[in-house]
Design a protein around this ligand. Structure first.
Ligand SMILES: *Cc1c(COP(=O)(O)O)cnc(C)c1O
Length: 377
Protein backbone atom coordinates (compact mmCIF):
# COMPACT_ATOMS: atom_id res chain seq x y z
CA UNK A 1 0.00 0.00 0.00
CA UNK A 2 1.16 3.54 -0.78
CA UNK A 3 1.97 5.59 2.31
CA UNK A 4 -1.20 7.33 3.49
CA UNK A 5 -1.02 11.12 3.66
CA UNK A 6 -3.54 13.73 4.72
CA UNK A 7 -2.91 15.56 1.42
CA UNK A 8 -0.78 14.18 -1.43
CA UNK A 9 0.55 17.14 -3.40
CA UNK A 10 3.51 15.14 -4.76
CA UNK A 11 1.28 12.44 -6.19
CA UNK A 12 -0.95 15.05 -7.81
CA UNK A 13 2.08 16.87 -9.26
CA UNK A 14 3.28 13.64 -10.92
CA UNK A 15 0.10 13.66 -13.02
CA UNK A 16 0.51 17.25 -14.28
CA UNK A 17 4.29 17.56 -14.25
CA UNK A 18 4.70 18.50 -17.91
CA UNK A 19 1.96 21.15 -17.93
CA UNK A 20 3.20 22.72 -14.70
CA UNK A 21 6.88 22.63 -15.65
CA UNK A 22 6.16 24.17 -19.06
CA UNK A 23 4.03 26.91 -17.52
CA UNK A 24 6.71 27.77 -14.96
CA UNK A 25 9.40 27.72 -17.64
CA UNK A 26 7.26 30.16 -19.65
CA UNK A 27 7.22 32.63 -16.75
CA UNK A 28 11.01 32.38 -16.48
CA UNK A 29 11.36 33.13 -20.17
CA UNK A 30 9.12 36.22 -20.10
CA UNK A 31 10.39 37.45 -16.66
CA UNK A 32 6.96 39.07 -16.16
CA UNK A 33 6.95 37.97 -12.52
CA UNK A 34 4.21 40.31 -11.28
CA UNK A 35 0.97 41.06 -13.14
CA UNK A 36 2.23 39.19 -16.18
CA UNK A 37 0.00 37.64 -18.83
CA UNK A 38 -0.31 34.43 -16.76
CA UNK A 39 -2.16 36.34 -14.04
CA UNK A 40 -4.49 38.05 -16.52
CA UNK A 41 -5.19 34.82 -18.37
CA UNK A 42 -5.86 32.93 -15.15
CA UNK A 43 -8.25 35.66 -14.06
CA UNK A 44 -10.23 35.35 -17.31
CA UNK A 45 -10.25 31.56 -17.22
CA UNK A 46 -11.49 31.51 -13.63
CA UNK A 47 -14.22 34.09 -14.43
CA UNK A 48 -15.37 31.81 -17.22
CA UNK A 49 -15.26 28.66 -15.08
CA UNK A 50 -17.23 30.25 -12.24
CA UNK A 51 -19.64 32.21 -14.42
CA UNK A 52 -18.83 35.39 -12.51
CA UNK A 53 -18.18 38.82 -14.02
CA UNK A 54 -15.10 39.72 -12.01
CA UNK A 55 -12.24 37.77 -10.44
CA UNK A 56 -9.57 39.85 -8.70
CA UNK A 57 -6.52 37.75 -7.83
CA UNK A 58 -4.63 38.65 -4.64
CA UNK A 59 -1.96 37.40 -2.26
CA UNK A 60 -3.88 34.86 -0.16
CA UNK A 61 -7.34 33.97 1.13
CA UNK A 62 -7.06 36.00 4.31
CA UNK A 63 -6.21 39.12 2.28
CA UNK A 64 -9.12 38.32 -0.02
CA UNK A 65 -11.55 38.42 2.92
CA UNK A 66 -10.05 41.63 4.27
CA UNK A 67 -10.06 43.36 0.89
CA UNK A 68 -13.66 42.31 0.26
CA UNK A 69 -14.66 43.99 3.53
CA UNK A 70 -12.61 47.10 2.69
CA UNK A 71 -14.23 47.24 -0.75
CA UNK A 72 -17.70 47.24 0.77
CA UNK A 73 -16.72 50.26 2.85
CA UNK A 74 -17.43 48.62 6.21
CA UNK A 75 -16.55 50.97 9.06
CA UNK A 76 -15.25 50.45 12.64
CA UNK A 77 -18.13 49.44 14.87
CA UNK A 78 -20.13 47.79 12.08
CA UNK A 79 -21.22 44.33 13.17
CA UNK A 80 -20.37 41.35 10.97
CA UNK A 81 -21.99 38.00 11.66
CA UNK A 82 -20.02 34.82 11.00
CA UNK A 83 -19.76 31.22 12.16
CA UNK A 84 -18.22 30.17 15.47
CA UNK A 85 -16.99 26.97 13.82
CA UNK A 86 -14.51 27.92 11.08
CA UNK A 87 -10.86 28.70 10.49
CA UNK A 88 -9.78 31.81 12.41
CA UNK A 89 -8.94 33.84 9.28
CA UNK A 90 -12.62 34.63 8.83
CA UNK A 91 -12.98 36.39 12.18
CA UNK A 92 -9.41 37.70 12.23
CA UNK A 93 -9.90 40.14 9.36
CA UNK A 94 -13.18 41.41 10.84
CA UNK A 95 -11.32 42.25 14.05
CA UNK A 96 -8.30 43.69 12.19
CA UNK A 97 -10.52 46.21 10.40
CA UNK A 98 -11.99 47.16 13.81
CA UNK A 99 -15.36 45.87 12.75
CA UNK A 100 -17.23 43.96 15.45
CA UNK A 101 -17.28 40.19 14.92
CA UNK A 102 -20.51 38.53 15.98
CA UNK A 103 -20.02 34.77 16.15
CA UNK A 104 -23.05 32.51 15.91
CA UNK A 105 -23.68 28.78 16.16
CA UNK A 106 -23.78 26.31 13.28
CA UNK A 107 -25.95 23.48 12.02
CA UNK A 108 -25.08 20.13 13.66
CA UNK A 109 -25.32 18.17 10.41
CA UNK A 110 -23.72 20.42 7.78
CA UNK A 111 -21.38 22.31 10.17
CA UNK A 112 -22.43 25.49 8.33
CA UNK A 113 -23.72 28.74 9.82
CA UNK A 114 -27.26 28.38 11.21
CA UNK A 115 -29.64 30.88 9.52
CA UNK A 116 -31.87 30.95 12.63
CA UNK A 117 -28.85 31.96 14.73
CA UNK A 118 -28.07 34.72 12.21
CA UNK A 119 -31.60 36.11 12.57
CA UNK A 120 -31.26 36.25 16.36
CA UNK A 121 -27.91 38.06 16.18
CA UNK A 122 -29.04 40.93 13.94
CA UNK A 123 -28.99 44.41 15.54
CA UNK A 124 -29.29 47.91 14.05
CA UNK A 125 -25.46 47.87 13.72
CA UNK A 126 -25.29 44.69 11.65
CA UNK A 127 -23.87 45.34 8.19
CA UNK A 128 -22.79 41.98 6.79
CA UNK A 129 -23.01 38.20 7.03
CA UNK A 130 -20.03 35.98 6.24
CA UNK A 131 -21.16 32.41 5.54
CA UNK A 132 -18.28 29.93 5.25
CA UNK A 133 -18.89 26.99 2.91
CA UNK A 134 -17.21 24.70 5.39
CA UNK A 135 -15.37 21.57 4.31
CA UNK A 136 -16.66 22.02 0.73
CA UNK A 137 -20.45 22.09 1.18
CA UNK A 138 -22.24 25.39 0.50
CA UNK A 139 -24.09 27.02 3.38
CA UNK A 140 -27.86 27.57 3.14
CA UNK A 141 -27.56 30.50 0.73
CA UNK A 142 -31.30 30.69 -0.05
CA UNK A 143 -32.10 31.52 3.56
CA UNK A 144 -29.02 33.69 4.04
CA UNK A 145 -29.79 35.79 0.94
CA UNK A 146 -33.41 36.20 2.12
CA UNK A 147 -32.27 37.38 5.56
CA UNK A 148 -29.74 39.76 3.97
CA UNK A 149 -32.37 41.23 1.68
CA UNK A 150 -34.85 41.73 4.49
CA UNK A 151 -32.30 43.52 6.70
CA UNK A 152 -30.28 45.22 3.93
CA UNK A 153 -27.01 43.39 4.73
CA UNK A 154 -24.05 42.46 2.57
CA UNK A 155 -23.22 38.79 2.06
CA UNK A 156 -19.52 37.95 1.84
CA UNK A 157 -18.98 34.27 1.03
CA UNK A 158 -15.85 32.65 2.46
CA UNK A 159 -15.33 30.19 -0.36
CA UNK A 160 -11.82 29.06 0.61
CA UNK A 161 -12.99 25.44 1.01
CA UNK A 162 -15.65 25.05 -1.69
CA UNK A 163 -14.28 26.15 -5.06
CA UNK A 164 -16.10 24.27 -7.80
CA UNK A 165 -19.15 23.33 -5.69
CA UNK A 166 -22.57 24.03 -7.23
CA UNK A 167 -25.45 25.55 -5.30
CA UNK A 168 -28.99 24.80 -6.44
CA UNK A 169 -31.30 27.63 -5.38
CA UNK A 170 -34.97 26.99 -4.64
CA UNK A 171 -35.82 29.02 -7.76
CA UNK A 172 -34.05 26.39 -9.85
CA UNK A 173 -30.94 28.44 -10.56
CA UNK A 174 -27.59 26.63 -10.32
CA UNK A 175 -24.63 28.81 -9.38
CA UNK A 176 -21.08 28.14 -8.31
CA UNK A 177 -20.38 28.61 -4.60
CA UNK A 178 -18.81 32.04 -4.22
CA UNK A 179 -20.93 33.71 -6.92
CA UNK A 180 -24.20 34.08 -5.00
CA UNK A 181 -23.60 36.80 -2.41
CA UNK A 182 -22.35 40.34 -3.02
CA UNK A 183 -18.74 39.22 -2.99
CA UNK A 184 -16.64 36.18 -2.14
CA UNK A 185 -13.11 35.35 -1.09
CA UNK A 186 -11.15 32.23 -1.88
CA UNK A 187 -7.72 30.79 -1.10
CA UNK A 188 -5.28 28.94 -3.33
CA UNK A 189 -3.23 27.63 -0.39
CA UNK A 190 -1.58 24.42 -1.65
CA UNK A 191 -3.92 22.03 0.18
CA UNK A 192 -7.15 23.73 -0.96
CA UNK A 193 -9.20 22.12 -3.75
CA UNK A 194 -7.57 24.47 -6.27
CA UNK A 195 -4.16 25.05 -4.73
CA UNK A 196 -1.06 26.77 -6.06
CA UNK A 197 2.52 26.10 -4.97
CA UNK A 198 2.77 28.93 -2.47
CA UNK A 199 0.28 31.55 -1.32
CA UNK A 200 -2.53 32.87 -3.48
CA UNK A 201 -6.12 34.05 -3.26
CA UNK A 202 -8.90 35.80 -5.14
CA UNK A 203 -12.03 37.87 -4.74
CA UNK A 204 -15.13 37.28 -6.92
CA UNK A 205 -18.03 39.64 -7.57
CA UNK A 206 -20.69 40.28 -10.19
CA UNK A 207 -20.75 43.95 -9.20
CA UNK A 208 -18.54 45.87 -11.67
CA UNK A 209 -18.34 49.00 -9.56
CA UNK A 210 -17.23 47.03 -6.50
CA UNK A 211 -14.70 45.16 -8.66
CA UNK A 212 -13.25 48.48 -9.82
CA UNK A 213 -12.94 49.71 -6.23
CA UNK A 214 -11.18 46.48 -5.26
CA UNK A 215 -8.74 46.53 -8.18
CA UNK A 216 -7.50 49.81 -6.73
CA UNK A 217 -7.44 48.58 -3.13
CA UNK A 218 -5.21 45.58 -3.96
CA UNK A 219 -2.77 48.00 -5.61
CA UNK A 220 -2.11 50.63 -2.91
CA UNK A 221 -5.38 52.43 -3.55
CA UNK A 222 -4.23 53.48 -7.04
CA UNK A 223 -6.68 53.93 -9.89
CA UNK A 224 -4.22 56.08 -11.82
CA UNK A 225 -0.48 55.59 -11.47
CA UNK A 226 0.82 57.37 -8.31
CA UNK A 227 -2.61 58.79 -7.47
CA UNK A 228 -3.70 57.20 -4.19
CA UNK A 229 -7.42 57.78 -3.79
CA UNK A 230 -8.08 55.36 -0.94
CA UNK A 231 -5.96 53.53 1.62
CA UNK A 232 -5.12 50.25 -0.02
CA UNK A 233 -2.85 47.27 0.49
CA UNK A 234 -0.27 45.40 -1.56
CA UNK A 235 -1.74 42.00 -2.28
CA UNK A 236 -0.81 40.24 -5.53
CA UNK A 237 -0.91 36.79 -7.01
CA UNK A 238 2.50 36.27 -8.58
CA UNK A 239 2.94 34.93 -12.10
CA UNK A 240 4.48 31.59 -11.00
CA UNK A 241 1.42 30.85 -8.88
CA UNK A 242 -0.91 31.91 -11.70
CA UNK A 243 0.98 29.57 -14.05
CA UNK A 244 0.44 26.63 -11.67
CA UNK A 245 -3.23 27.55 -11.28
CA UNK A 246 -3.71 27.76 -15.06
CA UNK A 247 -2.33 24.26 -15.39
CA UNK A 248 -4.61 22.97 -12.61
CA UNK A 249 -7.90 24.80 -13.34
CA UNK A 250 -8.84 22.54 -16.29
CA UNK A 251 -8.48 19.58 -13.89
CA UNK A 252 -10.52 21.09 -11.05
CA UNK A 253 -13.75 19.28 -11.89
CA UNK A 254 -11.94 15.95 -12.21
CA UNK A 255 -10.11 16.62 -8.93
CA UNK A 256 -13.40 17.36 -7.17
CA UNK A 257 -14.89 14.18 -8.69
CA UNK A 258 -11.97 12.19 -7.27
CA UNK A 259 -12.68 13.66 -3.84
CA UNK A 260 -16.38 12.82 -4.18
CA UNK A 261 -15.54 9.25 -5.18
CA UNK A 262 -13.28 8.87 -2.14
CA UNK A 263 -16.03 10.29 0.09
CA UNK A 264 -18.52 7.84 -1.40
CA UNK A 265 -16.17 4.98 -0.61
CA UNK A 266 -15.73 6.14 3.00
CA UNK A 267 -19.54 6.53 3.34
CA UNK A 268 -19.98 2.96 2.16
CA UNK A 269 -17.38 1.66 4.62
CA UNK A 270 -19.00 3.40 7.61
CA UNK A 271 -22.64 2.82 6.66
CA UNK A 272 -23.30 0.20 9.37
CA UNK A 273 -21.22 1.87 12.04
CA UNK A 274 -23.59 3.56 14.48
CA UNK A 275 -20.84 5.31 16.41
CA UNK A 276 -19.81 7.31 13.37
CA UNK A 277 -21.79 9.99 11.55
CA UNK A 278 -20.56 10.49 8.00
CA UNK A 279 -20.93 13.93 6.35
CA UNK A 280 -24.60 14.81 5.96
CA UNK A 281 -25.72 16.07 2.57
CA UNK A 282 -28.62 18.47 2.22
CA UNK A 283 -30.72 16.58 -0.29
CA UNK A 284 -29.65 17.40 -3.84
CA UNK A 285 -29.56 21.10 -3.12
CA UNK A 286 -25.85 21.43 -3.71
CA UNK A 287 -22.69 19.52 -4.44
CA UNK A 288 -20.10 18.83 -1.77
CA UNK A 289 -16.50 19.03 -2.96
CA UNK A 290 -15.03 17.52 0.22
CA UNK A 291 -12.23 19.87 1.03
CA UNK A 292 -12.37 17.80 4.21
CA UNK A 293 -14.09 14.50 4.89
CA UNK A 294 -15.20 15.02 8.47
CA UNK A 295 -16.76 12.39 10.73
CA UNK A 296 -18.58 12.91 13.99
CA UNK A 297 -17.41 10.28 16.49
CA UNK A 298 -20.12 9.55 19.04
CA UNK A 299 -19.99 8.13 22.57
CA UNK A 300 -17.11 10.35 23.65
CA UNK A 301 -14.54 8.24 21.85
CA UNK A 302 -13.04 10.88 19.55
CA UNK A 303 -9.94 11.61 21.59
CA UNK A 304 -9.25 7.92 22.24
CA UNK A 305 -9.61 7.25 18.51
CA UNK A 306 -7.30 10.16 17.68
CA UNK A 307 -4.68 8.71 20.03
CA UNK A 308 -5.05 5.30 18.42
CA UNK A 309 -4.62 6.73 14.91
CA UNK A 310 -1.55 8.61 16.08
CA UNK A 311 -0.05 5.37 17.42
CA UNK A 312 -0.75 3.68 14.10
CA UNK A 313 0.86 6.65 12.30
CA UNK A 314 -2.38 7.22 10.37
CA UNK A 315 -2.84 10.92 9.54
CA UNK A 316 -6.04 12.73 10.56
CA UNK A 317 -7.07 16.29 11.41
CA UNK A 318 -9.22 17.93 14.07
CA UNK A 319 -10.83 20.89 12.35
CA UNK A 320 -11.50 22.74 14.58
CA UNK A 321 -10.60 21.91 18.19
CA UNK A 322 -11.70 25.18 19.87
CA UNK A 323 -14.79 27.33 19.18
CA UNK A 324 -13.74 30.81 18.02
CA UNK A 325 -15.77 32.47 20.77
CA UNK A 326 -13.51 30.76 23.33
CA UNK A 327 -10.24 31.74 21.67
CA UNK A 328 -8.27 34.31 23.70
CA UNK A 329 -8.18 36.78 20.82
CA UNK A 330 -11.94 36.66 20.18
CA UNK A 331 -13.49 36.23 23.64
CA UNK A 332 -16.18 38.81 24.30
CA UNK A 333 -18.62 39.40 27.13
CA UNK A 334 -21.46 39.63 24.61
CA UNK A 335 -21.31 35.85 24.15
CA UNK A 336 -23.35 33.45 26.23
CA UNK A 337 -22.30 29.76 26.36
CA UNK A 338 -25.93 28.75 25.92
CA UNK A 339 -25.81 30.29 22.44
CA UNK A 340 -23.23 27.78 21.17
CA UNK A 341 -24.50 24.28 22.03
CA UNK A 342 -23.65 22.87 18.59
CA UNK A 343 -20.14 24.23 18.18
CA UNK A 344 -19.26 23.40 21.78
CA UNK A 345 -20.19 19.78 21.07
CA UNK A 346 -18.71 19.54 17.56
CA UNK A 347 -15.24 20.47 18.75
CA UNK A 348 -15.30 17.26 20.82
CA UNK A 349 -16.72 15.02 18.09
CA UNK A 350 -15.17 15.93 14.76
CA UNK A 351 -12.34 14.05 13.11
CA UNK A 352 -11.26 14.59 9.50
CA UNK A 353 -9.80 11.73 7.49
CA UNK A 354 -7.20 11.83 4.73
CA UNK A 355 -8.85 13.42 1.68
CA UNK A 356 -7.15 14.26 -1.59
CA UNK A 357 -7.20 13.49 -5.29
CA UNK A 358 -4.79 10.53 -5.12
CA UNK A 359 -6.46 8.34 -2.45
CA UNK A 360 -6.97 4.76 -3.61
CA UNK A 361 -9.45 2.09 -2.50
CA UNK A 362 -6.85 0.07 -0.63
CA UNK A 363 -5.93 3.09 1.48
CA UNK A 364 -9.58 3.96 2.18
CA UNK A 365 -10.31 0.35 3.19
CA UNK A 366 -7.34 0.36 5.54
CA UNK A 367 -8.27 3.70 7.14
CA UNK A 368 -11.93 2.81 7.65
CA UNK A 369 -11.17 -0.70 8.93
CA UNK A 370 -8.67 0.68 11.46
CA UNK A 371 -11.36 3.06 12.78
CA UNK A 372 -14.17 0.51 12.84
CA UNK A 373 -11.98 -2.11 14.57
CA UNK A 374 -10.97 0.37 17.23
CA UNK A 375 -14.53 1.56 17.92
CA UNK A 376 -15.79 -2.02 18.30
CA UNK A 377 -12.97 -3.52 20.32
C1 LIG B 1 -7.72 28.58 4.13
C2 LIG B 1 -8.83 29.42 4.63
C3 LIG B 1 -8.73 30.81 4.69
C4 LIG B 1 -7.46 31.58 4.49
O1 LIG B 1 -6.75 31.35 3.36
P1 LIG B 1 -5.17 31.68 3.29
O2 LIG B 1 -4.88 31.62 1.83
O3 LIG B 1 -4.48 30.62 4.07
O4 LIG B 1 -4.95 33.04 3.85
C5 LIG B 1 -9.86 31.53 5.06
N1 LIG B 1 -11.01 30.92 5.38
C6 LIG B 1 -11.12 29.57 5.37
C7 LIG B 1 -12.43 28.96 5.73
C8 LIG B 1 -10.04 28.78 5.01
O5 LIG B 1 -10.18 27.45 5.01
Amino acid sequence: MKKIQMVDLKGQYEGIKDEVNNSLQGVLETTAFINGPEVQNFQKELEEYLGVKNVIPCGNGTDALQIAMMGLGLKPGDEVITADFTFAATVEVIALLQLTPVLVDVDPDTFNIDPEAIKKAITPKTKAIVPVHLFGQPANMDMIMDIAKEHDLYVIEDNAQAIGADYHSKNGKIQKAGTIGDIAATSFFPSKNLGCYGDGGAIFTNNDELAHTIRGIVNHGMYERYHHDVVGVNSRLDSFQAAVLRAKLPKLDAYNEARKAAAQKYNEAFKNEAQVQTPVRVGDSSTHVYHQYTLKIKNGKRDALAKHLQEKALPFGIYYPIPLHLQKAYKNSRYNEADFPVTNKLVQEVLSLPMHTELDDEQIDYISKTIIDFLNK
